[in-house]
Design a protein around this ligand. Sequence first.
Ligand SMILES: C[S@@+](CC[C@H](N)C(=O)[O-])C[C@H]1O[C@@H](n2cnc3c(N)ncnc32)[C@H](O)[C@@H]1O
Length: 216
Amino acid sequence: MFDHIAPSYDRVNRIMTLGMDQRWRRKLLAQLCIHPGDVVLDLATGTGDFAQMVREVAGQVVALDFSRGMLLAARQRRIQNVALVQGDGVRLPLPSGSIDVAVSGFALRNFSSIPPVLAELARVVKPGGRIGLLEVDRPRSRLVRLGHATYFERIVPVLGGLLSHDRNAYNYLPKSAIYLPEERELVRMLQNAGFERIQKGRPMFGAIQSLRAVRA
Ligand SMILES: C[S@@+](CC[C@H](N)C(=O)[O-])C[C@H]1O[C@@H](n2cnc3c(N)ncnc32)[C@H](O)[C@@H]1O
């Protein structure tokens, strides 16, 4: 599915979020305080949005994804000093403690199980290292939830389907969000994996979650 939607992925994202997805990424990166010498992992990099931004502040970037199509789209950006790696989040081809900061955008709901991926992140991120995760969320206000449900469950599948010519992929988007754990459960998963000082931002009236944590 990701191979198939890769060529139109960026355009669809920009249109569906009115360009705000880039703002959420940039804000999360600023909060992670990345230093020029840091080695940063962009897990499930897709077409490399996060990786390209990270490259502006970090020395080395590893951008990993299991979709060849997505990685080919990322390669077209011709970002210097970014290692594009095809791999699986549950078996990262990286030595333990080799990463200073790991980020991942809109991927949690796509992993068949989240705890093994968090365990892998905990293995490769060095003690004191940080992670930043962006994902969709359920707004807390009932009124916002109503508007959000209409947009996310009815408009996004049609709009995404038309723009990408892949209706199934964008029907899958709201369905995949149902699979996301509730906030308390996700925090517990992060703690069990070995992360602490967990903080959550809620951009877009809570339709998006921006999580940060530190490797214990
Ligand atoms: C919705 S896209 C997000 C792409 C990008 N991170 C962004 O912020 O737009 C989800 C990505 O997760 C990747 N993915 C899903 N499961 C994966 C896994 N187990 N290992 C590596 N990548 C995975 C998909 O190939 C896809 O590129």
